[in-house]
Design a binder for this molecule. Structure first.
Ligand code: NAP
Length: 168
């Protein structure tokens, strides 16, 4: 299982239920990486993308609300139900796409994290775990510096040093 996100230099990922920045090449990377796979997101992130499933992907949305429903998405109501659902898929096919609550819940089961890391500190209220401070995570690849107008960023890949899998 993999997580994919865009973070600023402090690992901030959101403010007021929106992303901090939209970079076209990052959106393209996200689309190309996740298309034809399974994406897992929290209800707030689902709201933030317009309450519509992402095209050509199996969309799984996590909520505690038993009445929640939305066309074209698989709804699960807790961690155990989510794990049961995720076991239906090859774990290499599963992408955790946020937000922070869902990243926190599933990071222990991820073995790869794709981070588009922007070289700037935005105003924020939501963060990802700082993987540079976690001994089990290793920065294994980093692109050349990219630019988009006055924004600079890199595409990073972090890999877990030890294998992670879903609990029995
Ligand atoms: N930069 C990026 O790459 C990126 C990517 C995605 C999101 N974001 C940002 O992240 C922020 C949203 O993150 P967030 O942490 O506030 O929200 P979130 O993770 O998107 O969704 C949280 C919601 O998920 C449900 N949930 C969480 N844990 C659950 C559990 N154990 N069982 C059942 N349901 C559970 C609850 O829904 P109910 O309230 O319905 O019960 C909870 O309110 C936004 O600012 C968004 O733009 C950034």
């Amino acid at each position: 299982m993999k997580a994919i996100l865009c973070a600023d230099e402090n690992w901030a990922i959101g403010y007021k239920n929106k992303v901090l920045i939209s970079i076209p090449s990052d959106l393209r990377f996200f689309r190309e990486t996740t298309t034809d796979h399974v994406v897992v997101m929290g209800r707030k992130t689902f709201d933030s993308i317009g309450r519509r499933p992402l095209d050509n992907r199996t969309n799984i949305v996590l909520t505690r609300n038993p009445d929640f429903s939305a066309p074209g998405v698989v709804v699960v109501h807790g961690k155990e139900e989510l794990i049961r659902e995720l076991k239906k898929y090859d774990s290499d096919d599963i992408y955790v796409i946020g937000g922070s609550a869902i990243y926190r819940l599933l990071l222990p089961y991820c073995d790869t994290v794709y981070v588009t890391m922007v070289d700037y500190a935005y105003q924020a209220d939501t963060w990802f775990t700082n993987l540079d401070l976690m001994p089990e995570w290793e920065l294994t690849e980093e692109s050349e510096e990219q630019t988009c107008f006055d924004i600079t960023f890199t595409f990073r890949t972090y890999r877990r040093r030890y294998h992670a899998s879903l609990p029995e």
